[in-house]
Design a protein around this ligand. Structure first.
Ligand code: C2E
Ligand code: MG
Ligand code: MG
Ligand code: MG
Length: 289
């Protein structure tokens, strides 16, 4: 089975300048990468915008292939779905993420690790119990896990998604609506789904200080989230000015290169030590070295 890239994925791949190389990759390559440990979880910090404190992180899948070099998740996640590897990969991400959370909980009891869930797993009714068993085995509380689902994924088949998401939520696991604003969800559907967090997509955040339309989308998203008692996260914060403006707007949490890219677990721990050593006053201009 070869990768069948959609036009969108082709465009993304060629932007990365790797289109020729990526068209060679097969499901067997990915399976070998999974078995040999080339695929791993990297962690990107999530920051409380008002205090600068680390609230947790998002686990992002990485594949450093010996043969193809670094392959992006926008390429290998669809391949994992086509090749029937997505569940095994996600369970691995969950296991690595919860092991990582367990290592943080003694110093950061509220540390939450977020894991992305693909569409196909939202109709897998055995998933909530499997996740619960994994949490018990590793010994972390359900509140240390957040599941991220994209708006398009959750709303494609609201009834089926609702069953799995509600059962996860009732166990105490957080549910995050990822890439908010890029899909077509109705506000009434949003109100019925058990989301605890809303993530504003990077495409709206990146130019929000210079593009008035983007700012309006971001500020209305913050208002919507708070009206539904959800925390709101801005993705793709790349500079201190955007951080400060979003904090002033009332956005709760942020993620982006201003804080850090996704890092391997040991590099994350180093980053965390340096970040927290700067003290509580990391907010505002004090954050600029
Ligand atoms: P996402 O969940 O919306 O993840 C955020 C993406 O934005 C990540 O890209 C992250 O590296 C990138 N990002 C974060 N901050 C910034 C910033 O300040 N500037 C810029 N330019 N980019 C930033 P990544 O790692 O390439 O992941 C892309 C997508 O692949 C993710 O979007 C997610 O939908 C999917 N993905 C990643 N890992 C997994 C996984 O384990 N399972 C599933 N199902 N999907 C995954
Ligand atoms: Mg995500
Ligand atoms: Mg996202
Ligand atoms: Mg996004």
């Amino acid at each position: 089975l070869r990768v069948a890239l959609s036009p969108f994925q082709e465009a993304a791949a060629s932007r990365r300048g790797v289109d020729a190389r990526l068209s060679e990759i097969t499901v067997d390559d990915l399976r070998r990468g999974l078995d040999s440990g080339e695929v791993y979880a990297a962690f990107q910090p999530k920051i409380d915008l008002a205090t600068g404190k680390v609230t947790g992180c998002e686990a992002l899948a990485r594949w450093d292939s010996a043969r193809f070099g670094p392959v992006g998740p926008d390429v290998f996640i669809p391949l994992a779905e086509q090749g029937g590897l997505i569940k095994a990969m996600t369970l691995r991400m969950l296991r690595d993420s919860m092991t990582f959370a367990a290592s943080f909980l003694p110093t950061e009891p509220k540390f939450v690790v977020a894991v992305n869930l693909s569409a196909s797993l939202l109709s897998d009714t055995s998933l909530p119990e499997e996740v619960e068993r994994l949490l018990a085995e590793i010994g972390v509380p359900a509140r240390s896990l957040m599941i991220e689902v994209t708006e398009t994924t959750a709303m494609a088949d609201v009834g089926r998604a609702m069953d799995v998401l509600l059962r996860l939520r009732l166990k105490g696991i957080g549910i995050s609506m990822d890439d908010f604003g890029t899909g077509y969800s109705s506000l009434s559907a949003l109100a019925r789904m058990p989301f605890s967090e809303l993530k504003i997509d990077r495409s709206f955040v990146k130019d929000c200080l210079t593009d008035a339309d983007m700012w309006k989308i971001v500020s209305s998203s913050v208002a919507i989230a708070h009206q539904y008692n959800m925390k709101v996260v801005a993705e793709g914060i790349e500079d201190a000015a955007t951080w400060h403006a979003l904090d002033a707007l009332g956005c709760d949490i942020g993620q982006g290169f201003e804080f850090s890219r996704a890092l391997r677990s040991d590099a994350f721990v180093d980053w965390y030590r340096t970040w927290t050593a700067r003290g509580p006053a990391v907010r505002g201009d004090a954050a600029i070295p």
